[in-house]
Design a protein around this ligand. Structure first.
Ligand SMILES: C[S@@+](CC[C@H](N)C(=O)[O-])C[C@H]1O[C@@H](n2cnc3c(N)ncnc32)[C@H](O)[C@@H]1O
Length: 379
């Protein structure tokens, strides 16, 4: 098969991280635009990207793109694409659409025109009038942006943030893809101490520990495209074996430690770490932030404290941010990284961040405040 075009989607602010991850997997980036990172690969790339990308939302297979200013152009454009190359006779192919700044703004009509065009192309190819759609799933997406139509098939299924380890719920967990992005942005590595004093269900530390073990985030879950008959050369099993072999077994990070005042959150964090296969390298302990102290040096704090968005919580959280400022500022050799939606964070914390970055955590606009500490002396 010739090269195929894939698109990894990401939430706002994460594009550069997704691009780097794709480069590290060895694929050529073609374009980075509007939360979509287009890259070139082969069939195996579908499996590898789904298994390995930590900061992307989904991996879409690009079928084609063209100008579509009216429904005739849309119908003809969709019909001309080679759907039967991918969709078997029994494929289930629901169509979703979105339209931004385009003449074709009626999403339901765009969806039904697209569906009709795909069905007509399939009818011509398979010489039949009716499709039961009782086979593997091929979610088709039409994305219209400034009158340009992009047609893709979702190879992932559930979003890639669903790694498969987070079964139980706590209050305000951070999205796994954002947690992974926070760790990447901090440039933490396993030879430095890592602490999350508001660890909740442990997501940030679990993502960090999976990185330390070079563990593919998708190993514990299934993906849409695993059932596609086009993968007849064992691309998926081969990618899974590659990922299993890449996992480092005897990793001993310096120290990865999570604290929370909520004992139930700590139990859940321990359970999730076990599900993720990283319980051997993370320690969790119930502790209130007022009791937090350390005399270690050159550590990292990466954390997602409460935001104080709920009624009655604001004052308490503001006091907590002041306390964080007092404690963290005393850790002169440490680097600390805090995500919050609170607009006065730096003021309350009492120090301007070395760098800020806008990120969306589960749709909520937040800032990631990054305070760089010094490098440890070279031994
Ligand atoms: C936004 S949640 C963290 C969620 C976490 N990142 C996750 O993915 O599950 C904030 C956490 O801070 C904890 N917390 C709030 N105030 C605290 C305090 N004073 N001391 C310790 N933990 C506190 C809460 O119990 C909650 O689990």
């Amino acid at each position: 098969m010739d090269k195929i075009e894939l698109m990894a989607t990401s939430t706002f602010g994460m594009e550069a991280l997704v691009k780097k991850e794709i480069n590290d997997l060895g694929y050529k980036i073609k374009e980075v635009k509007n939360g979509r990172i287009t890259f070139e690969g082969d069939l195996q790339a579908i499996a590898r990207a789904n298994l390995w990308l930590r900061t992307a939302e989904r991996v879409l297979l690009k079928i084609g793109d063209f100008k579509a200013r009216d429904f005739d152009q849309l119908y003809e454009g969709v019909r001309s694409l080679n759907w039967p190359q991918w969709l078997p006779e029994n494929a289930e192919f629901p169509v979703s659409a979105k339209s931004i700044d385009s003449k074709l703004s009626s999403v339901p009509t765009c969806q039904s025109v697209t569906k009709k065009a795909v069905v007509d192309r399939m009818k011509a190819e398979y010489q039949r009038d009716w499709f039961d759609e009782d086979g593997p799933l091929y979610p088709i997406e039409l994305a219209l942006y400034k009158d340009r139509a992009i047609l893709t098939i979702d190879t992932s299924g559930t979003g890639l943030h669903k790694r498969g380890y987070r079964e139980l719920s706590v209050k305000a967990p951070i999205q796994e893809t954002i947690a992974a992005g926070m760790v990447y942005l901090s440039r933490w590595d396993k030879d430095r101490i890592l602490i999350d004093p508001f660890c909740g269900s442990g997501t940030i530390l679990i993502e960090a520990a999976m990185m330390a073990k070079n563990q593919a985030p998708g190993l514990k879950r299934k993906f849409n495209s695993e059932k596609w008959p086009i993968f007849n050369d064992f691309e998926w099993p081969r990618a899974r074996v590659e990922a299993k072999k890449a996992k480092k077994i005897n990793v001993e990070p310096r120290l990865i430690m999570g604290y929370d005042q909520d004992s139930e959150a700590i139990s859940i964090a321990r359970y999730h770490a076990k599900q993720a296969g990283v319980e051997d390298i993370i320690h969790f302990q119930e502790q209130k932030f007022k009791d937090f102290s350390t005399n270690r040096k050159y550590g990292y704090i990466i954390t997602n404290p409460p935001y104080g968005e709920r009624m009655g919580e604001k004052e308490e959280v503001e006091e907590l941010y002041r306390e964080m400022g007092e404690k963290f500022r005393k850790l002169e050799t440490w680097s600390y990284y805090i995500i919050t939606s609170h607009s006065k964070f730096e003021e309350l914390f009492g120090k301007e961040a070395s760098k800020r970055r806008k990120l969306y955590n589960g749709g909520v606009e937040t800032q990631y405040y990054q305070y760089y500490g010094p490098w440890p002396p070279k031994n």
